[in-house]
Design a protein around this ligand. Structure first.
Ligand SMILES: [Zn+2]
Ligand SMILES: [Zn+2]
Ligand SMILES: [Zn+2]
Ligand SMILES: [Zn+2]
Ligand SMILES: [Zn+2]
Ligand SMILES: [Zn+2]
Length: 225
């Protein structure tokens, strides 16, 4: 196959098309004494077929295949687009490989988990990469023992939180931190005592209001004597 004709910004003239694959002959090779041309991959496939002849004039192929620099330059004069649809680069087809090396939408491998992402998407990927090292969201440094950098792979964090982490915090106001399994149990008891404390505090407050009302009445009575 030659170069994808759909990726040029304008249609190319017929003489630059390969008559076998119908794409653009790039690189184009001369295949017979009539100077008929094909794209190199198509010409090589015919050459290897055993009885190599030019598909246009059926004359014997002229070997070795010779690239046409004239046709190469003709194709390179047209504007070619990037292979990634999101990219708006256009340039000569000869520069496309070099562009791909730095295209924002080119695929790169995450160094941590080997996932393929776009060059621009790599930063965002670090935020979800299962192999990125992160601190425990419940315990931070407290949970860091046994890990040389005090961190864990993001992908292993859920397991730590579910099974090992003893830093799940009880309701506000309670200092208790425990495992996820123990937390529900503790919290139920803790809520009951918190409710009892609130009840007693409310009772004290009510008594205090009563006492101050009585004191006021007493003061008034004394003043009236
Ligand atoms: Zn071809
Ligand atoms: Zn020919
Ligand atoms: Zn691009
Ligand atoms: Zn990754
Ligand atoms: Zn933890
Ligand atoms: Zn508690």
């Amino acid at each position: 196959m030659g170069a994808d004709k759909e990726r040029f910004t304008t249609p190319l003239p017929n003489h630059l098309h390969c008559r076998v694959c119908l794409e653009i002959s790039y690189p184009a090779v001369i295949v017979c004494v009539q100077e008929h041309q094909l794209c190199r991959p198509c010409a090589e496939r015919i050459e290897e077929s055993g009885e190599p002849e030019c598909p246009l004039c059926l004359r014997q192929m002229k070997l070795p295949l010779r690239e046409s620099l004239l046709l190469r330059r003709a194709v390179e004069d047209y504007q070619f687009t990037c292979r990634h649809e999101e990219c708006d680069w256009t340039g000569s087809v000869v520069d496309e490989d070099e562009h791909e090396e730095q295209c924002d939408f080119g695929r790169v491998e995450c160094p941590l988990c080997k996932a393929l992402c776009t060059r621009v998407g790599l930063d965002e990927h670090q935020g979800v990469c299962p192999n990125a090292r992160i601190p425990c969201p419940k315990g931070g440094d407290v949970c860091a023992s046994g890990e040389p950098d005090g961190l864990r792979n993001r992908g292993e964090m859920q397991e730590h939180l579910d099974a090992a982490c003893a830093q799940w915090q009880c309701i506000e106001g309670c200092r208790t931190r425990t495992t996820r399994a123990n937390l529900a149990h503790h919290e139920a008891a803790c809520k009951a005592s918190a409710a009892r404390i609130a009840e007693l505090e409310a009772a004290i407050e009510a008594e205090e209001v009563k006492v101050s009302t009585l004191k006021l009445a007493l003061a008034r009575s004394k003043a009236a004597l």
